[in-house]
Design a protein around this ligand. Structure first.
Ligand code: PLP
Ligand code: TYF
Length: 394
């Protein structure tokens, strides 16, 4: 029967990882896949996670099943991290999922169960896996304008005009902070306008929150999510712990549904358990348990927040350094947006040919749409990259 299967389109980011690994040049620079790296190019196990895992190893007496929506303490701790005081607990349903991707997938399935004819509005561009999962599920997507290529900022006017076309029963997918792949994010006023458009159209917001703490800080990065969830009748939130806890391969995340009507929230909670059961029954627990310990133990939490803050400010310094090097070498301010973007990524605005030239002539690896992972840089490689960008004619 397998003769009926055809080749699937490859994941461009994972393909680039292989290309980079096969390049023998010592001076190559990896700005491809979105994993955080320190100045030595290492993706570390965060200190607090390491301590929590040690404690888990010492104290854990069973690995028996937990529950279909995961450990209640994990869901409580994550709701507190993401939503703070924006909503009280009865207003939020939550289930642990295998990573943020698992949460995204479950959110789309839940929305499709609620409205089989739904459309999902996605930013142009968005994380390629959003589109690929939606296509796999047979859900119609509607792109909305997002990125202004000329200024490398959010095209708020275009975005709001396109979102006005959403209807009740549609989902509007938003990146809660640190937009992937552009690095450009709506400002406070634009977020308020987005809330107004969502309110008038009656569409349901779904927020993908994969980088809380990587942009302007833990609370600031959750601000738009809190505003939306407290202002509108229903909000879906897909949360990833991969980046901000550095637990990528443990597959740790949560899908939350916030709602003003607590009876409906209870019905959603039941459906989240149902969906987990259909897809993988019990979600992974190890990463979730370590995250819970970090969030609820004051010492571990303080250490985690301190390390996360070092990561965040380190990336901001790299942004500023790169923008300054480019200002000096290009003799213009046209790369100033790099210091304004937030999170791990920035879209440089290079053509596919320039991206190829950067890779082949200079050993600089970025995704084909010219998305760079800023965390792939260090003090020594910033001027090298700036020189390569100018030489490649960007
Ligand atoms: N959403 C976005 C926008 C991402 O960039 C990622 C990145 O990895 C994820 C979701 C989910 O990540 P994971 O499934 O590794 O938690
Ligand atoms: O965008 C990124 O690079 C990260 C990591 O199929 C990633 O989100 C890349 C590809 C993929 C899953 C995660």
């Amino acid at each position: 029967m397998f003769e009926t299967l055809s080749q699937q389109p490859p994941d461009k980011i994972i393909e680039l990882m292989k290309l980079y690994a096969d390049d023998p040049r010592a001076e190559k620079i990896d700005l491809g896949v979105g994993v955080y790296k320190n100045a030595e190019g290492v993706t570390p196990v965060m200190r607090a996670i390491k301590a929590a895992e040690k404690r888990l190893w010492e104290e854990q007496t069973t690995k028996s099943y937990v529950g279909l929506t995961g450990d209640p303490a994990f869901n409580d701790a994550m709701i507190d991290l993401v939503l703070g005081d924006a909503l009280s607990r009865p207003h939020v349903a939550s289930a642990a999922t295998p990573g943020g991707t698992g949460a995204v997938r479950q959110a789309f399935e839940l929305a499709r169960m609620a409205n089989p004819g739904l459309r999902v509005f996605v930013s142009d561009p968005t994380w390629p896996n959003h589109l690929s999962i939606l296509k796999h599920l047979g859900i119609e997507t509607v792109p909305y304008r997002y990125f202004d290529d000329a200024t490398c900022t959010v095209d708020s006017e275009g975005m709001l005009a396109d979102l006005e076309r959403a209807r009740p029963g549609d989902i509007v997918l938003l990146h809660g902070c640190c937009h992937n792949p552009t690095g450009a994010n709506p400002g406070a006023a634009a977020w308020r306008d987005i809330v107004s458009v969502l309110r008038t159209t009656g569409a349901t917001p779904m927020i993908d929150l994969a980088y809380q703490g990587f942009g302007d800080g833990l609370a600031a990065d959750a601000g738009p999510t809190r505003l939306i969830a407290s202002s509108l009748p229903e909000t879906l939130i897909a949360v990833s712990c991969s980046k901000n806890f550095g637990v990528y391969r443990e597959r740790t995340g949560a899908l939350m549904a916030a709602g003003q009507d607590t009876d409906r929230v209870a019905a959603v909670q039941d459906n989240l358990a149902y969906l987990n059961r259909q897809n993988y029954s019990f979600p992974p627990d190890h990463g979730a348990r370590a995250v819970t310990m970090v969030l609820t133990d004051p010492e571990l939490r303080a250490d985690w927040e301190a390390e996360l803050e070092e990561m965040r400010t380190g990336m901001l310094h790299l942004r500023e350094a790169l923008a300054a090097e480019l200002r000096a070498r290009a003799g213009s301010d046209r790369f100033a947006f790099l210091a304004e973007h937030r999170g791990m990524f920035s879209r440089l605005g290079a053509t596919p040919e320039q991206v190829q030239r950067l890779r082949e002539d200079h050993g600089v690896y970025m995704v084909g749409d010219s998305r760079m992972n800023i965390a792939g840089l260090n003090e020594a490689t910033v001027p090298i990259l700036a020189e390569a960008i100018v030489r490649a004619g960007v």
